[in-house]
Design a protein around this ligand. Structure first.
Ligand code: PPS
Length: 306
């Protein structure tokens, strides 16, 4: 049998979640994945700053040593669990099997698709959340350039699809709410993109403390500088330009696009914003999660922080 065609295919349902077609192939692999007690999991809904927090975690674990952090590309340093691309024989699971401990694992999986052993082993997890409107804009542009995703529709249709959870990994609402709940009974650090953007030092200190590290001011400043959007945009080890263009076509939209809070205002019409807000209010009622959607002095204040 030849290599299956996985580019621009429709999403495939896995236990009720729409999944990237290629990743959904042989899903049993995921259920059998063996977590190790010292694994560190970085989880996000896509386009919430995964690459950013991943590089921060790598810098924290390496005490701010930029040379060590240049040892390899981000996809090798922090492999993506569910990534599977048969044409180039890229498999997150296979790669992780041969990765020495302690492993840092990237995933976008919702809580109930994450392999059980990662929960059972009480692995440390860092969840990074970003406001839904900026995620919608970022995801739309990602669909333009990511050939493993279905061909994107118009922006107008995309907003509705996003609200319906008809995008890879399903509903943003379900994702952030269920991960937030996990915080109650699992070692999980819940962070916000907007907080990291506005107060990187405080947020990086939280990451360091969660990972059992104490970093001095100079190291913290070094990490902030190395992981700024401007630096990461031009860093070929983290800006995803190393992947084959058959997977990601940066001429359609760069992976490191804008890296800002509030870009949604450049895309949402007044009518779209009203529709979005109405769904948002319904979906988010009853949760203590609070997001900010624009730059302001007081950002994502939530009611039951650590
Ligand atoms: S992915 O494909 O889901 O793993 O993408 P992810 O890394 O989660 O998200 C990509 C968005 O994060 C922005 N980004 C950053 N913002 C601020 N600072 C830094 N250092 C940084 N690095 C990446 C990236 O530009 C994408 O957001 P948009 O809004 O599209 O620019």
């Amino acid at each position: 049998m030849g290599t299956p065609e996985v580019r621009r295919k429709d999403l495939k349902m896995i236990n009720g979640y729409p999944m990237v077609y290629a990743f959904a192939l042989n899903w049993e692999r995921m259920e059998e994945f063996q977590g190790r007690p010292d694994d560190i999991v970085i989880s996000t809904f896509p386009k919430s700053g995964t690459t950013w927090i991943s590089e921060i975690v790598d810098m924290v674990l390496n005490d701010g040593d930029t040379e060590k952090c240049k040892r390899d590309v981000i996809t090798t340093k922090i492999p993506m669990l569910e990534l599977y691309e048969p044409e180039h024989n890229i498999s997150g699971i296979e790669f992780l099997k041969t990765t020495p401990s302690p492993r840092v694992i990237k995933t976008h999986l919702p809580t109930d698709l994450l392999p059980k052993s990662l929960w059972e082993n009480k692995c440390k997890m860092i969840y990074m959340a970003r406001n839904a409107k900026d995620v919608t804009v970022s995801y739309y542009h990602f669909d333009l350039m990511n050939n493993l995703h279905p061909v994107p529709c118009t922006w107008e249709e995309y907003v509705l699809k996003f609200l319906d959870g008809n995008v890879p990994y399903g509903s943003w609402f379900n994702h952030v709410k269920t991960w937030w709940e996990k915080k109650k009974d699992h070692p999980l650090l819940f962070l916000y993109y907007e907080d990291l953007k506005q107060n990187p030092k405080e947020e990086i200190k939280k990451v360091a403390s969660f990972l059992g590290k104490t970093l001095d001011e100079k190291t913290l400043d070094k990490i902030i500088h190395h992981t700024s959007f401007e630096m990461m945009k031009d860093n070929p080890m983290v800006n995803y330009t190393h992947l084959p263009s058959s997977m990601m076509d940066h001429s359609k939209s760069p992976f490191m696009r804008k890296g800002t809070i509030g870009d949604w205002k450049n895309y949402f019409t007044v009518a779209q914003n009203e529709i979005f807000d109405a769904v948002y209010e319904k979906e988010m009622s009853g949760t203590t999660l609070k997001f900010c959607t624009e730059i302001q002095s007081c950002c994502c204040k939530f009611l039951s922080d650590y």
